[in-house]
Design a protein. Sequence first.
Length: 299
Amino acid sequence: MADDTGAIVSYVGLGLFLPALVAFGLVLAVRRSPSGLTGTAIALAFLLSWIAERGTLEVPGSERWHLIAVAVLALGAFTPWLSVLEDRVPDVLAGAVAASIVGVALGKWVSFPGWTPYHAWAMGCAAGVVGLSTEWCALRRPGAAIPFSLAACIGTESVLLAMSGFLSLAVPAGAMALALGAASLVLGRPLHARDQRVTADSPVRTLAGGGALTAVATLTLLGFAGWSYNFSAIQPWMWLLPIAAPAVLLLTEVPGLAALSTRSPTARFAICMVPMTAICVVVLYLAWRAMNDGGGSGA
């Protein structure tokens, strides 16, 4: 029993907490840099957990779902360049170009068993559209709300993956969710002026610069992979709803709510997190009921 307990502690520590801690350390190290390395940090949490869980990065890998690690690796390397681009062209244009590139790349090169091209392009479009809207919100609304919201969505997918028995993907997803949650502690210090840009002399307080796009693209990959490899009673919409959930962040741009979220970081956090948490809790509760009522077993 002691050996089993030690193995579980080691598995959880190396697979979840250590990668998240390393990522959090990187976020702290670059908090005064506008280089966009926050996105690289959360990608690093996923990749370190992947290596700890599987013992290798497996590039390109023997299974189709191994492409997720390749995609996260590419996203982590890409995000600093998006930050550079946002400093040279209008933010919305830079975000649109980056989201389009990510969406097309996923739609062209990532596919899972039983898919038609329509499945792949649906995944690419979801990553591009949701990624662009979230990146745009991150540019306009610094603070803890966006990273914490994305942590909730990715954490939901991690729990669904674990419930379906897909632990090899659930553990890295959980590490990224923890890294995002930890990053929100650093990003939570409010700015005093709306739309103030990050400079070399001010702490990074936003996932903009590729971090939001990296999180959403990974979230999309996790949801579609979970759906495709699911042999449990969890329904397809339960996998896909957390992918659309970041659209809730657009509530901070609704007239009235926008002014409130600008004046009060606490209100902004509540506007984002209350509906986001409700969505995640409902998905997990109904998935749990489906597993118990349907007697689903893991893949």
